[in-house]
Design a protein around this ligand. Structure first.
Ligand code: LLP
Length: 411
């Protein structure tokens, strides 16, 4: 979002006009930013056979998925529903990986029936898989490397107490099952967490995986997961993609030489691709002077963007109706949900008035996908701006959506 002559724009689209046209609360995604992020990874890993598998749990709007496909990005899904959204967006089964996390075996069978490759994350499932398919269906293994990474404990997945993956200490059990059923293990996977501050975490986790890889002669892919860190505010540490590219490419190429074959290197980023492309716009319903604080109450809440309440996540706030910092005040920005519902605390912002459009940045990842109908509110509409055109890619919900599937009991 750029300020040009005192007005905010996304590409050539005037933000206030977009909000007027589609109403608020409104999610808007900047397709150009997605493309920029994709290109950063591609250019940092130009030296290897790279596949980017977008972790679509971050944002499953099918038009966003369609854009990913256009950009040559493939998909990582975690449910049959995400898989089907992938198909609707035009992905073929070979372009989709199902990274399961303790799912019912039927879901694994379902994805195999659709021709999607499966990433198995526990030994009992591997055993069942072996019994049913033996070596006839290739599969991947999710390994827990016991490397700590991630911005806070709720989004860390690679540590010793994590529920995710097959622990690296269980290598012998993995090999025993693989041998017993003559399994065709074609890929290894790891994901240590989200918002990983230190690039070294990727290098350390990769080292564990590359070491393990020598035990599997049929590998085609090494998947180093997602979790790249983007900036949520000025001065935030971010993943230095260029530096990571140099370090991992070197380690990977050395490995491939020793392994005797070139493998494909995969990543499955979510936030890195879509966090910064997304903006949640909401209207100030009220500016309220409490004795201790001045509050801006907007027509949205934790039902639309839960990250501040769930992870204490920081989201930058912009008053797009008043970009003038000559006169400011300190505000808390709160939602309209009937429980404590903060978007932001003690922010110095230009003077806010009723009716102003407030914008929350970094709303493209885990914004809409984690939204709900709490307080029986409608979920927002979504707009994707691509090549200077604004596409409505989801309608705002209506009362019909709220009562859909409800049954007034017949008593
Ligand atoms: N791969 C796997 C197996 C994952 O579980 C995840 C995220 C990713 C890739 C993508 O991670 P990313 O690049 O987006 O950091 N709702 C939380 C984040 C939860 C992440 C869950 N797994 C948040 O809003 O911070």
């Amino acid at each position: 979002m750029q300020l040009i002559d005192n007005q905010y724009f996304i590409q050539n689209q005037n933000v206030l006009e977009i909000c007027k046209k589609f109403g608020t609360p409104l999610y808007v995604y900047d397709g150009a930013k997605i493309e920029e992020q994709v290109n950063k990874i591609k250019s940092a890993f130009g030296g290897v056979d790279l596949k980017i598998k977008y972790a679509c749990k971050a944002n499953t709007n099918i038009s966003v998925l369609k854009l990913m496909k256009k950009l040559g990005v493939e998909l990582d899904v975690v449910s049959p529903q995400e898989m089907k959204l992938g198909f609707m967006a035009g992905f073929s089964p070979e372009q989709i990986t199902f990274t399961s996390s303790g799912v019912a075996f039927e879901e694994i069978e379902d994805s195999i029936n659709h021709g999607v490759i499966i990433n198995i994350d526990n030994l009992p499932t591997l055993e069942k898989f072996g019994q049913k398919y033996g070596g006839s269906v290739p599969c991947m293994l999710r390994i827990r490397p016991n490397v700590e990474g991630g911005g806070n404990i709720k989004i860390m997945t690679g540590h010793k107490d994590s529920k995710f993956g097959i622990a690296i200490e269980q290598k012998d059990e993995i090999l025993a099952i693989t041998e017993k059923y003559n399994l065709n293990i074609v890929g290894l996977h790891q994901h240590t967490g989200s918002d990983i501050k230190d690039g070294q975490t990727f290098v350390d986790a990769a080292a564990v995986m590359l070491d393990l890889a020598f035990s599997f002669p049929n590998l085609k892919y090494m998947d180093f997961g997602g979790g790249f860190k983007v900036a949520y505010k000025e001065g935030d540490i971010v993943t230095d993609m260029e530096d990571l590219g140099v370090k991992l490419t070197t380690a990977f190429k050395n490995f491939c030489t020793k392994y005797g074959r070139e493998l494909q290197l995969w990543f499955e980023p979510g936030k890195y691709l879509v966090s910064e492309c997304g903006f949640l716009f909401a209207t100030a319903n009220v500016v309220k002077n409490n004795p201790r604080k001045t509050l801006i109450g907007v027509n949205s809440g934790l039902n639309h963007l839960i990250r501040p309440m769930m992870y204490d996540a920081y989201h930058e706030v912009v008053n797009v109706s008043n970009p003038n910092f000559a006169e400011t005040n300190t505000y808390d920005v709160v939602g309209y949900i009937c429980e404590t519902d903060n978007f932001a605390k003690e922010r110095v912002l230009p003077i806010a008035n009723e009716g102003d459009i407030m914008c929350f940045l970094n709303a493209g990842a885990y914004g809409f996908t984690m939204s709900s109908n709490y307080n029986s509110r409608f979920r927002p509409a979504e707009v994707l701006i691509y090549q200077n055109q604004a596409y409505l890619v989801r309608e705002r919900e209506t009362m019909e959506d709220i009562v859909k599937n409800q049954i007034l009991a017949d008593f």
